[in-house]
Design a binder for this molecule. Structure first.
Ligand code: GLC
Length: 389
């Protein structure tokens, strides 16, 4: 086993949690045992993908644990509190109906079926996945074109991205106003239609819909790539931009999410090439020493290395390995082999040198944020590709 693989295996193994809650068995990977002890939806999907290399049984257990948390109607929350209750301080900014809630009332990017396809097999053979997709369609596809709408920035997993600054203003993530957003949405049970009908923002976010599209395709449902292009592609800028309702505003900030449709196998090739050549490979924008930064270095909001204290503002510049992997998938598919390899080796070097950190300074490669961060093991998917490509 290479040094990178051994490092990843060790962190995944040390982050494994298992037990029973009210008769329901769980077995999942803590995103970072010291900072994020519970089960996070998208972190679990990424961990399941990497577990298949070491212990395939764990991939299945990881995703089955998400399905075990699923409500009768198909809803699965963003965070599931299996083995310990929420701390009092976190109650203020976690989207729970009460401190004894078993999971949050919000979602995270729903890539479960895609992870299932990569790590386990055919998701169509698991009826609970179909029920989960049904909930998403019934509750979050507000305009009937297949695209999902979010009610809070943290539902995208990209919590404090500057693209949300204008949308949620003083109530944005990691601001003193954020608990007010949580309290307001809690009163409406995070119901997207009620929130929109009150005139409060709901967002058709690019990257969430990319992962949703991959999950749908994996489950044998029709692709929504045409709807993503139709609604979110901004031809003059050559970027995908979110849409806010009510009002229809398109926040014009270049972040890695604007390039994330590169992960879609059925993205029209001319669009993919524009994303790569005009943005991703531009050394003034995303192709920094440790690419890809999470916000274009040309944006006035770009912050390469913030992230200390309780008001940690995530996704405002540092490089995250799940983002690197999704964009790398596009580089490979479109034939940018040398660049894909460079990306993979720079990430692998940083991870071996600094350990599995939550994110990295794109200018210096310094590891930042939480330690022993499970999804950073996706570095292996790029360094030692295997299987699904
Ligand atoms: C941070 C990230 C989010 C992730 C969570 C647990 O909140 O922004 O994407 O799921 O940590 O790792």
């Amino acid at each position: 086993m290479t040094e990178l693989a051994e490092l990843c295996r060790r962190v995944l193994a040390a982050s494994h949690a298992e037990g029973e809650r009210r008769g329901v068995r769980y077995s999942y990977t803590r995103p970072s045992p010291s900072r994020y002890p519970w089960q996070w939806y998208w972190d679990s999907c990424f961990a399941a993908i990497v577990w298949r290399r070491f212990e395939p049984r764990r991939s299945r257990e990881e995703l089955e644990t998400l399905l075990a948390a699923m409500r009768e109607d198909g809803f699965i929350g963003h965070v599931v509190f299996w083995d310990r209750p929420l701390t009092l301080q976190r109650l203020l900014y976690y989207n729970v109906a009460s401190r004894t809630a078993e999971m949050t009332g919000t979602i995270q990017p729903p890539l479960l079926a895609w992870a299932w396809r990569i790590a386990i097999g055919d998701p169509a053979a698991e009826p609970r996945i179909a029920r989960h997709h049904e909930w998403l369609r019934a509750n979050r596809d507000l305009e009937g074109d297949g695209l999902l709408w979010l009610v809070q920035p943290d539902e995208s997993g990209l919590d404090s991205s500057p693209k949300f600054d204008r949308v949620w203003g003083r109530l944005r993530h990691a601001s003193y106003g954020f608990p007010l957003l949580v309290a307001r949405n809690r009163r409406l049970a995070w119901d997207a239609r009620r929130i929109r009908d009150r005139g409060w923002p709901v967002l058709c976010e690019v990257m969430t819909n990319v992962l949703w599209c991959l999950a749908r395709r994996a489950a044998g449902e029709p692709s929504i790539t045409p709807a993503i292009v139709e609604r979110l592609w901004d031809e003059p800028r050559g970027l995908f931009l979110d849409e806010v309702q009510p009002g229809g505003e398109r926040p014009d900030v270049s972040t890695w999410a604007a390039l994330s449709p590169l992960a879609l196998p059925d993205l029209p090739e001319d669009i993919g090439r524009r994303l790569v050549e005009e943005h991703l490979l531009d050394p003034r924008r995303y192709w920094l020493p440790l690419p890809p930064c999470s916000v274009s270095a040309e944006e006035p909001t770009f912050e390469p290395n913030l992230g200390r204290g309780w008001k940690r503002r995530y996704w405002r510049g540092p490089t995250w390995v799940n983002a690197a992997w999704m964009l790398w998938l596009g580089l490979r598919r479109l034939g940018y082999a040398a660049e894909a390899e460079r990306l993979a080796s720079r990430i692998a070097e940083a991870v071996v040198r600094q350990g599995l950190r939550e994110y990295y300074d794109p200018l210096t490669g310094e590891g930042l944020g939480a330690i022993d961060f499970a999804w950073t093991s996706l570095a292996l998917e790029m360094a030692e590709p295997e299987g699904y490509l």
